[in-house]
Design a protein around this ligand. Sequence first.
Ligand code: SIN
Length: 426
Amino acid sequence: MRNYDVLIVGTGVAGLFAALNLSIDKKILIVTKGTLEENDSFLAQGGICVQRDESDFEPFFEDTLRAGHYENNEAAVSAMIRSSGEIIGDLIDLGVAFDKKGDGFSYTKEGAHSRARILHCKDMTGKEINSKLIARIKEQKNVSILENSTLVDLLVADGRCHGVVLRDQSGKLSNIYAENTLLATGGIGGLFSKSTNFAHLTGDAIAVALKHSVRVKDMDYVQIHPTSLYTGRSGRAFLMSESLRGEGAILVGKDGQRFADELLPRDLLTKAIYTQMEKDRLPYVRMFLKDHVEGSISERFPGIHAHCLQEGYDLAEDYIPVVPAQHYFMGGIEVNLQSKTSLANLYAAGETSCNGVHGKNRLASNSLLESLVFSKRAAQTINAESQRKTLCPFPEPDARSIEAGLKEANRKLLEEIGIEEEAHAK
Ligand code: SIN
């Protein structure tokens, strides 16, 4: 019987940060469907929000609520904002190098923010944070890592979670037992034909949660990012970060004229872009930076600059075709402010979970922050509460019934989100 104190599914910032905040006497297994770095946190470009000073609490709170159409859980929003300074301190202690300006930090702005409060590491903030967390995790002797393993079921008995069933690359199924399990498998972008997410992120944890009647919330709240690079090809959409617009980039239609405030909340700007595309009878609008963004574009946005060059565009000179794409899921497995689900000994954090912090539409650069704040809370709760419990043995998983269960769970997942088998972002 493979037995752990804590089993974490997912290696985005939520999963890794939880592991680092669990006490070191816990035996931990972290599992991921791809490789350690194939997660959406790694792709995050824009940055991470922080409450800049006491006077910023109210505006940050109001910006988050206004973007979320006032459907947010206000207690969650307050907890997230109040913890932001502490989380940034933790990241700096882990070696995360946020960009500086003069003696202080460089803060950028994105859509629907009333002031610049986003810390960033050029245009690769997620990569910088994720890499530093991975480096520290690899030093932890109490943590084992299992890559290329897919979550296919939960082990549930006596009203509590006893672990999970995993499928490895060869198709072999195994039961993994744990006193506490944390689901942090990221979003649902893989269910859409056009998404900025990795294609293997298909809401697996949410599907198996549905199978066991674990409560879910806001399942039709899917966020479309206004600007991904238009290529006309299929496959993952490359994000054209909102921080480009935060730093001044404009959007124009076929006539070369601006048609909207580029810093509208994401859902509203997406609508304006679709309207313009229809008017122009084109599958994109165009983004333009030259003379609108100060400083060296290739130094501030090296990742996006390099990617655009590969596609034949110079970000500093050219009009770049952009189109909306699925980006984020505000719904998910319902959790409380300690990241506990409705099933005992089962936690969820990050995009997989829903504590209502984002309401109907997430404010830009609140996702890394939310993941870090609430995964730390999950770890602290596990540290405080866990006591040895008897784990009951389950029969060896049977491939046929696991596959049948998964099929039904995935059908339910699509139905709850409200998409057809082959979904489209629009
Ligand atoms: C972006 O850089 O536009 C994405 C940041 C986010 O999703 O908050």
